[in-house]
Design a protein around this ligand. Structure first.
Ligand code: ADP
Ligand code: MG
Length: 224
């Protein structure tokens, strides 16, 4: 599902450089990534999602060569393949929670919003315990509720690859377990691959494999 070799990406003004020598994730595998903040974990997820372009290196995701796609191609790739749970939720303020969950269908890109999709959104919201909050806008929701909306939005398209960036950081322990049950159950149903960054060591037993980010990442200056 993911094949990366000698990836580099820099934020020159921030003086930050990411270098991933090799990352391979099999289809259906559930992989956790741990590591200190500020080291480039979110940046790596952005590259895998096609939200950022590597400066150099090879990156294939779901049989797409991301280095060969233009902006439009990467957007279509993302809509079709990726469910991204952002660390900062990235909900749309002027839409209510239900509309936020359905957001991928608003953007178009070949996805059709029909009754099945709406029913699936309702079912996801119920499973995540936010069905009673669906008319509320993000600014009226707690952090944990916003996070659950973001998780529902990432799952609504039944993506082949779920990228989760600290997806349980704002949830109390009980809610966290419920939400993870939903996430892993949906992933298993769909045969989806999960790549999840987490600081929560309680979650690690849920993954097939846990990668210490430091073993992937080498500062560019040490490899040149
Ligand atoms: P992590 O997710 O491991 O905490 P990030 O990938 O978010 O790390 O960030 C890695 C480094 O890149 C940090 O030093 C951060 O300040 C910098 N950075 C992240 N996003 C941007 C950006 N959009 N512009 C400039 N620098 C950035
Ligand atoms: Mg991060």
């Amino acid at each position: 599902m993911i094949h990366a070799r000698d990836l580099t990406f820099a934020y020159p003004r921030a003086g930050f450089a990411l270098n991933v020598s090799a990352l391979d994730v099999a289809k259906g595998e559930r992989v956790g990534i741990i590591g200190p903040s500020g080291t480039g974990k979110t940046t790596l997820l952005n590259l895998v999602a096609g939200l950022a372009q590597p400066d150099t290196g090879a990156l294939k995701v779901a049989d797409h060569d991301l280095t060969a796609l233009d902006d439009g191609g990467r957007r279509r790739f993302r809509a079709a393949q990726i469910g991204f749970i952002f660390q900062t939720f990235a909900l749309v303020d002027y839409l209510n929670a239900f509309e936020n969950i359905l957001y991928p269908y608003r953007v178009g890109l070949g996805l059709t919003l029909d009754r099945d999709v709406r029913n699936r959104a309702q079912a996801l919201a119920e499973a995540c315990g936010i069905a009673h909050r669906l008319k509320s806008h993000p600014n009226a929701l707690s952090g944990g509720e916003q996070q659950r909306v973001a998780i529902c939005r990432a799952l609504i398209t039944q993506p082949g690859l779920i990228l989760a960036d600290e997806a349980t950081g704002n949830l109390d322990p009980e809610t966290k377990e419920v939400i993870l049950d939903v996430l892993f159950a949906r992933a298993a149903e769909q045969g989806a691959t999960v790549l999840a960054v987490t600081h929560d060591h309680d979650l690690l037993p849920r993954f097939d494999r846990v990668i210490d980010f430091a073993t992937l990442r080498q500062p560019a200056e040490q490899t040149s």
